[in-house]
Design a protein around this ligand. Structure first.
Ligand SMILES: [Zn+2]
Ligand SMILES: [Zn+2]
Length: 468
């Protein structure tokens, strides 16, 4: 960035806008996967220096908050942690998630107009069942925040826009069957980048079809291409969905200097994206260009959220001509936008048709690989097809890895479930506890309707209950 702090300060003081932007900063300096891993302690060191050097924390538009620990119940609402929450969520993970909760509370209390949780470790590759670390993630910060908000403040409709270069496959998994949470991810094409998913055909489970939307971007996509997708797809879909809250999973690894991906997005592009999207809450995800990009992009997002002029924000090697899109790519992106807009428009009919044609259960079998921890998981997920609600879920999962072998059975009752499904699922848990059809290590009940969570250990025959 050109060192134009003084000019920026002058701009800043002239633009005072109503309402402050909340910031939580948690770099987790004592936690890393390994010393040389890209998701390591130094990741936010330069961002912190940049923010302090620019005097951002002293601006009247900014209000800083201290993070807190997320409670076990906050994690149990979202995840089935194997063998338990303590194993999967270290203190650093709980503070990262808790940082998002602090911003969420401040927003709901009206103390801030929006907020950005600059926390690590990230979370968007963590799925509903957690046997270990995948894609640098153990627990998923945004769903933990969203389920907290739904329980505490009664929010119903939420949109998550994932702007990390990697497909947010964990968040997608958690909301796959939830028609009230719109999940939109744009990312580098899964044929060329981890985790290898996020294609246009992935549009949600049968009773939530059309509220998961994925835009695979060709490697090298520029500011123009990404903003095209934002303008033509993301913003119109949000306008129609009318969420009560817009959350941005803000991964900064689309940046042209990022070592883990191959995109051509700039800090200005990110700031403009944020200004147009205008999320209520942004939560940091990836971004591994620790010294060169991350501080600029994070600062750009903070400035955009706070309504501060970012027109002087340039990387030292920024060249406008590098951020124009190949017309052939725009044409291809236009086709994707049309395809996904159609699915979104037809979502109610698609769900209605699924209810009429499917039997009482819908199943999917999956193989999930945990790259970081080298765990291989097999899942059989069943959805109860209900005429009155999005149904309840049960998942049989078996994982093998350095930790040994774990077999678990998980039952999840969504918040919007009907009374009959709630009864059925609770009875099913009791039946499974007495007489499992095959041998499992643990049985779980995630009862969001009652905000009540159980884990039964078949070995010790002990049950752990977590409730508010
Ligand atoms: Zn990423
Ligand atoms: Zn039902």
């Amino acid at each position: 960035m050109k060192k134009k702090s003084q000019e920026r300060q002058a701009d800043v003081l002239g633009t005072g806008s109503a309402g402050q932007t909340g910031l939580v900063f948690f770099p987790a300096f004592d936690w890393a996967i390994s010393p040389s891993h890209p998701e390591r302690e130094e990741r936010l060191l330069y961002t912190r220096d940049q923010i302090f050097e620019e005097g951002v924390m002293d601006l009247p538009q900014i209000r800083q908050y201290q993070p807190r620990l997320a409670d076990p119940i906050d994690i149990a609402r979202v995840h089935f942690c194997v063998p338990d929450i303590e194993t999967q969520a270290t203190e650093a993970h709980r503070i990262a998630a808790g940082g998002a909760l602090v911003i969420a509370d401040a927003l709901m209390k009206g103390e801030i107009k929006n907020g950005f949780a600059l926390v690590r470790p990230p979370g968007h590759h963590a799925m509903r069942v957690v046997h270990g670390n995948r894609g640098f993630c153990n627990i998923n910060n945004e769903p933990i925040m969203i389920e907290y908000l739904r329980q505490k403040y009664g929010l119903k409709r939420v949109a998550i826009v994932d702007t990390d270069v990697h497909h947010g496959d964990g968040t997608q998994d958690i909301y796959w069957h939830d028609p009230d949470v719109l999940f939109i991810s744009f990312h580098q094409d899964g044929r060329t980048l981890y985790p290898g998913s996020g294609f246009t055909s992935e549009t949600g489970g049968p009773l939530a079809r059309g509220t998961t939307l994925n835009v695979p971007l060709p490697p090298g996509t520029t500011d123009e291409g990404i903003l095209f997708v934002l303008d033509k797809l993301v913003l119109p879909v949000l306008e129609e969905f009318q969420p009560e809250l817009v959350v941005n999973s803000a991964g900064q690894d689309n940046h042209y200097s990022d070592p883990l991906a191959n995109m051509s997005f700039s800090a200005r592009g990110y700031a403009l994206l944020n200004e147009k999207l205008s999320p209520d809450i942004a939560v940091l995800e990836g971004g591994y260009s620790v010294e060169t990009a991350l501080p600029y992009v994070n600062l750009g997002i903070i400035m955009a959220m706070a309504g501060i002029d970012y027109s002087n924000l340039y990387e030292p090697d920024y060249n406008e001509n590098n951020f124009r899109e190949d017309p052939a790519n725009i044409k291809r992106l236009g086709e994707i936008v049309r395809e996904l807009s159609d699915v979104f428009q037809q979502r109610h009919e698609l769900v209605k048709a699924a209810r009429q044609t499917l039997g009482p259960l819908f199943q999917r079998n999956r193989h999930i690989y945990y790259d970081t921890d080298q765990i291989s998981e097999k899942q059989e997920e069943s959805l109860k097809i209900c005429p009155d609600c999005p149904g309840y879920l049960f998942i049989g999962s078996e994982a093998v890895g350095p930790m040994g072998r774990h077999r678990v059975y998980c039952i999840s009752i969504p918040l919007q479930s009907c009374p009959r499904c709630q009864r059925e699922a609770r009875d099913f848990y009791l039946k499974m506890r007495r007489q499992p059809p095959k041998s499992y290590d643990y049985l779980y009940l995630q009862d969001r309707a009652a905000d009540h969570y159980r884990q039964y250990d078949y070995g010790s025959q002990k049950e752990r209950v977590t409730h508010s």
